[in-house]
Design a protein around this ligand. Structure first.
Ligand SMILES: NC(=O)c1ccc[n+]([C@@H]2O[C@H](COP(=O)([O-])OP(=O)(O)OC[C@H]3O[C@@H](n4cnc5c(N)ncnc54)[C@H](OP(=O)(O)O)[C@@H]3O)[C@@H](O)[C@H]2O)c1
Length: 307
């Protein structure tokens, strides 16, 4: 089958002919219709995560998929041939920018019928991240004030919509060209980070979701009220500052969950969350897709159409 692979850490992605993955008893063979790209893919490719996510080569890129079940393993009772599904697979060998992927049933959910495969493929990794940051880690409550950084990015576009759905008051940072976009997603207050200091405009916040790290993370402590929460997905530690400001700090790496993807599919089918796609590329243009993502200017998600 055709797949977007790397042969070694740090080598360019190439489209290669590789063996179709073998079906396992606890898994499902999926005909991939669409995948999407994420900043973490570049860290995996460069070898920065080799201890946390050991991989073998050739390694198929991609951690998001939407497609159709071709065959279910012997132990799988909740999915069958023909089901339209989406997933953020955990298995480090379950690359999704390929014609087929084998993924554990527990990491898969039925995709919402009101969106396309391309739209569904834009959701899993960032959708799970946003939900886990806001709900599982952030314990967001109705009426609370939340600051979501980078509201125009893959994670941010979904986090804004989820926070609004959960009844929060949402402030977000982005630059001038994306102000209308984040407002259309429900942001109540938009800070242009290029011309305005968010910590001067905001105070007494219950929760901040940080994806920038560095000085943005440090300044974010200033907007929290005592006992507030800062949840970071940038992989930086900040417990010292948390103590100084009297707030809670947590940094985490998202985890796969078919069950949580089922809940998100419900929100999508109700229209509470809408996928935001910036650009779609074909599998043959995968290098262009990553180059565009790495500009850091994506508005929503960058999708790979496979079929
Ligand atoms: N821990 C985890 O499990 C986890 C999971 C997912 C993502 N992440 C991390 O979270 C980060 C965001 O991921 P993503 O997929 O959302 O990235 P993305 O889609 O590439 O983010 C691009 C967006 O960021 C905005 N942006 C850039 N610099 C900004 C700044 N200083 N302030 C506010 N907005 C800014 C850009 O808006 P402008 O063009 O207007 O600047 C652009 O719309 C990445 O570092 C990623 O590795 C971590």
């Amino acid at each position: 089958m055709k797949a977007a692979v790397i042969r070694e850490y740090g080598t360019p992605i190439e489209i290669a002919d590789v063996p179709k993955p073998a079906l396992l008893a606890d898994s499902v063979l999926i005909e991939v219709h669409a995948a999407s790209v994420n900043p973490v893919d570049g860290f995996v490719q460069a070898g920065y995560l080799r201890e946390m996510m050991p991989i073998t080569f050739p390694f198929t890129m991609g951690f998001d998929v939407s497609g159709v079940v071709v065959e279910a393993g012997d132990q799988v009772s909740n999915f069958k041939k023909g089901d339209e599904v989406y997933s953020r697979p955990n298995g480090m060998q379950a690359g999704t920018i390929a014609e087929y992927a084998v993924i554990k049933a527990e990491e898969i959910a039925i995709k919402s019928a009101n969106i396309s495969h391309q739209e569904a493929a834009s959701i899993p990794l960032v959708g799970l991240t946003a939900w886990q940051a806001l709900v599982t880690k952030g314990n967001i409550q109705k009426g609370q004030k939340v600051l979501i950084h980078a509201g125009s990015g893959g994670v941010g576009t979904l986090a804004i919509q989820m926070a609004k759905y959960l009844g929060a008051q949402v402030a977000t940072t982005t630059s001038a060209t994306n102000i209308e976009l984040v407002k259309s997603l429900g942001a109540d207050l938009v800070i242009d980070y290029k011309t305005q200091k968010f910590e001067e405009a905001l105070s007494d916040y219950d929760l901040v979701i940080d994806m920038m790290g560095g000085e943005t993370l440090e300044r974010s402590f200033k907007v929290l009220k005592k006992g507030g929460r800062l949840v970071s997905i940038k992989g930086e530690d900040s417990n010292g500052l948390a103590e100084q400001y009297g707030v809670h700090f947590e940094s985490f790496f998202m985890w796969p969950s078919g069950e949580m993807l089922s809940q998100l599919a419900k929100l999508i089918s109700q229209g509470a969350i809408k996928p935001v796609i910036d650009r779609t590329f074909s599998m043959d243009q995968v290098q262009d897709a990553y180059a565009y993502l790495q500009t850091g200017r994506a508005k929503g998600k960058v999708v790979i159409q496979v079929v």
